[in-house]
Ligand binder design. Structure first.
Ligand code: 26V
Length: 809
């Protein structure tokens, strides 16, 4: 019997009755209980396992098909994944959503209550982590053999609560009830070295004698494709103390806590996700996390390579490793170390293989987000890797010297080692030097990378630089998040094939002329607002959902709210279109400026709520703890999408795509993927305002920017800032106003008037309900390009050079 083909297994049934039987059986044999005595948690775990079994069977067939094909694999290395809840998704993908609900009702269980226990693995900060999840979804859907590698943090992104309007953080112990979606794989455990020193053996080979040894324990979650039998995996590593880390002599001497010190220390590596996105911390534990991820994953990749291959020359033909930002860049010197020190390959061959294997995606332009590590810390933790980085750098700089003789400035800029004011390893430089392709995540971003941040490298290797515009999973962000709109679209197009072929949405364009369809479209939007339950469903729902960062300019949105508030106070008689402004998002715990903005938003919300002259027209809501689950409720309810970052700062944005796809109109700057959204949905269906990138650069770096001048010249702006400074909002937020009047790093005041005027255009457009609905439909109809399926096809054709492998029954 060929176990690899899953032969000899009883096929799992596709009827509700069979599903019910499997539920009962799993409840009994895997939870050890019965329907009569089962808790809701028992019911949930059992449902999860019963759904999971259907995917496990596809997983086995996928693994067999991939093994037989011995294809070129994509390995996606990412320190973060924001996968979102698994249950609903896995029911949809396994085709069990309907029968599962029928079966549960048969057993007297409330499906909604049971599904309510599913938790969200928050193993990421924001855009970068969610992008990783969307790309995995699309790779599986397109039958691309792929494995995602990451870290199984014990504590995910903190839970956000508000106390007196201020953000407080609580730990996210996401697996305290267990995690039914996870398959432990103890057989594939890896050993990771840290610290120590290097020695040369009699043959001149280098050996790393470690000072600490930690075990990496893998488990994986399933990544099913939609409308296909492919089920890929995401493999997450958890740190464990090695056997020697348990100190038996201390234990015997009665020092029980001290005996486990070392093991506890080791396990700290995967204890917590760092919650700071976009500011570099330079903490040793974070560097340890990065190496831990890289070391475990590379050994696993090599183990998998060796199942079917023997010749190292084949390695890049069978393997492409995508680095999700610089966080996993240590994989470059690590592969060199494995090939040269452990496998005995010569440097030149090892380097050629390494460079061919890796590709690097950059997700930022902010200089403070470019990772660097102090050389002394790097050297202490990874002594052999520093030697290798030096060698890579020396050879690289020789190449630069050849190309640009005498240009010492260029050498200084391009060196992997920064010398002043402190010696540091520049991870982005290492990532560019050690890969065959570098990409930005939207047209403008890729262009700016090549012209500014990575310009010297683009001069040297122009063909290395690519653009791959981000995309989002249509399964997660419309089909699952917005079931009613999805049904209406399917009804309108006559088929649901659009879910895996999002360009088909253009078929909606002709329906804009159908008054009955427009009516239904509005009814869906309204129902989604009712479902969200955070404000008048007939008001203009104005949504800004993203991490808090000054460059994203939540403070600009707030200045608009204060201006509206003051206008309503000044002329109470006018007919204002009711508006609900919704914010959601977290601030990094140490990012004080962002936290001040959060606190001020909550204060303004409270003051407006308490003012009966204003509250009928204006409401500010700020539900706490933004995550994939909350986003999936908000996005379908949005009329207006706020994408108001300073031009040249937001690499891409992906929330902008999710909102447009769900029929929200964007008010935005010419930044990131906003530009591509506007190009596609049409200028008439997009509210554009603000400085463009050249104008912003000119104003900022011309050195003549004076925020005070805008304050003095614009009465409404002055009045809004004065209200804050005068303590009109519970005495909160002076820091925000002072920062804007001081340096105003992100040119908020320069864009204020343009933004306010544009919001007036929004209000006018909102008054024309039929035209607004038409624009809403056109936003959806023309957002097909932003499917992550298109993004993955772009990577596959331009960077990975991989082809699909079909999984057959
Ligand atoms: C950066 C850092 C810097 C060092 C400290 C820890 C840490 C943790 C996470 C990050 C990632 C920030 C980069 C990021 O999330 N970029 C976002 O990527 C999205 C997907 O490409 C893109 O849409 C957003 O515009 C971009 O801000």
């Amino acid at each position: 019997m060929d176990v690899r083909n899953g032969m000899g297994l009883r096929p799992l049934g596709t009827s509700a009755a069979e599903f019910e039987q499997d539920l009962l059986s799993n409840l009994y044999y895997r939870r050890g209980t019965t329907v009569e005595s089962a808790s809701t948690q028992d019911a949930y775990e059992t449902l999860a396992l019963t759904v999971r079994d259907r995917l496990a069977e596809r997983r086995v067939r996928t693994a067999a098909a991939h093994y037989a094909a011995n294809p070129r694999w994509v390995y996606y290395l990412s320190a973060e994944y924001l996968l979102g809840k698994q249950l609903e998704q896995n029911m949809l993908y396994s085709g069990t959503d309907r029968i599962a609900r029928v079966a549960m009702k048969q057993l007297g269980l409330d499906p909604d209550e049971v599904e309510g226990l599913d938790i969200e693995p928050g193993l990421g900060n924001g855009g970068l982590g969610r992008l990783a999840a969307c790309l995995l979804d699309a790779m599986a859907t397109l039958d691309i053999p792929a494995v995602g590698y990451g870290i199984r943090y014990d504590l995910g992104i903190f839970k956000q609560a508000f106390k007196d309007g201020a953000q407080v953080e609580k730990p996210d112990d996401w697996t305290y009830q267990g995690n039914p979606w996870e398959f432990p794989a103890p057989d594939d455990q890896q050993t990771v070295f840290f610290y120590g020193h290097t020695e040369r053996d009699e043959n001149g080979r280098t050996q790393w004698i470690p000072g600490e040894i930690v075990l990496g324990e893998p488990s994986h979650m399933l990544v099913p494709g939609h409308g296909t039998d492919t089920v890929n995996i995401v493999r997450l590593w958890r740190a464990r103390g090695s056997e020697s880390s348990f100190d038996l002599s201390r234990f015997s001497a009665g020092q029980y806590a001290e005996a486990v010190d070392e093991a506890v220390h080791a396990e700290n590596i995967s204890k917590v996700l760092y919650p700071d996105d976009s500011t570099e911390l330079g903490r040793e534990l974070r560097l340890k996390q990065q190496y831990f991820l890289v070391s475990c994953s590379l050994r696993d990749i090599i183990r998998r390579f060796r199942l079917r291959n023997t010749d190292w020359a084949e390695f890049p033909k069978k393997t492409v490793i995508q680095l999700n930002d610089t966080h996993p860049t240590l994989a470059i010197p690590e592969l060199m170390r494995l090939l040269v020190d452990e496998e005995g390959l010569g440097w030149d061959l090892a380097w050629a293989l390494t460079k061919q294997t890796f590709a690097y995606t950059c997700h930022t332009l902010l200089p403070e987000a470019l990772e660097t590590w102090p050389v002394h810390m790097f050297e202490r933790l990874l002594p052999r890797h520093l030697e290798i980085v030096y060698e890579i750098n020396e050879r690289f700089l020789a190449e630069v010297r050849d190309r640009f003789p005498g240009d010492v400035d260029r050498l200084r800029r391009m060196s992997i080692i920064q010398e002043e004011p402190e010696r540091r390893v520049r991870m982005a430089n290492l990532a560019v030097v050690g890969t065959q392709a570098v990409n930005g995540v939207a047209e403008l971003h890729s262009q700016l990378l090549a012209e500014t941040t990575l310009r010297d490298f683009a001069d040297l290797w122009p063909t290395k630089f690519h653009n791959v515009t981000n995309g989002i999973s249509p399964r997660r962000f419309i089909k699952l998040a917005n079931p009613t709109l999805s049904s209406l679209i399917t009804e309108g197009l006559g088929s649901d094939a659009w879910i895996n072929d999002l360009d088909q949405l253009t078929g909606l364009e002709r329906l804009t002329g159908d008054a009955a369809f427009r009516e239904k479209w509005r009814a869906v939007k309204r129902a989604n607002k009712v479902r969200l339950g955070l404000g008048d469903p007939d008001s203009l729902t104005d949504v800004m959902i993203k991490r808090f960062h000054e460059y994203k300019r939540q403070q600009l949105n707030l200045l608009h709210i204060i201006t509206l508030y003051q206008r309503i106070k000044a002329s109470p008689g006018r007919a204002y279109a009711p508006r609900t402004v919704l914010f959601a998002g977290k601030a990094a715990p140490a990012y004080h400026a962002a936290k001040h903005i959060i606190r001020l938003i909550n204060a303004v919300a409270a003051v407006i709520d308490a003012d009966p002259a204003v509250s009928p027209y204006l409401k500010v809501v700020f539900p706490p703890n933004y995550n994939v689950t909350l986003g999936s409720l908000i996005i379908p309810a949005a009329d207006l999408s706020e994408q108001i970052s300073l031009a040249g700062k937001e690499a891409s944005g992906t929330g902008n795509m999710k909102l447009a796809l769900n029929g929200a109109l964007t008010i935005g700057t010419l930044d990131g993927a906003n530009i591509e959204i506007r190009d596609r949905v049409g200028a008439d269906n997009f509210f554009l305002f603000g400085l463009d990138t050249p104008a912003a650069l000119e104003l900022r770096h011309g050195g003549a920017y004076q925020p005070r001048a805008f304050y003095e010249q614009d009465e409404e702006l002055r009045s809004a800032l004065d209200a804050i400074l005068d303590g009109k909002f519970l005495g909160v937020g002076r820091e925000v106003a002072e920062s804007l009047l001081g340096r105003d790093e992100y040119l908020t005041l320069a864009d204020y008037r343009s933004y306010i005027d544009c919001q007036e255009q929004v209000e006018k457009a909102w008054a024309d309900t039929e035209q607004w609905t038409t624009s809403s439909i056109l936003n959806t109809a023309r957002s097909g390009f932003f499917s992550a399926d298109r993004t993955v096809r772009d990577y596959a054709a331009g960077i990975w050079h991989v082809s699909p492998v079909q999984v057959t029954r």
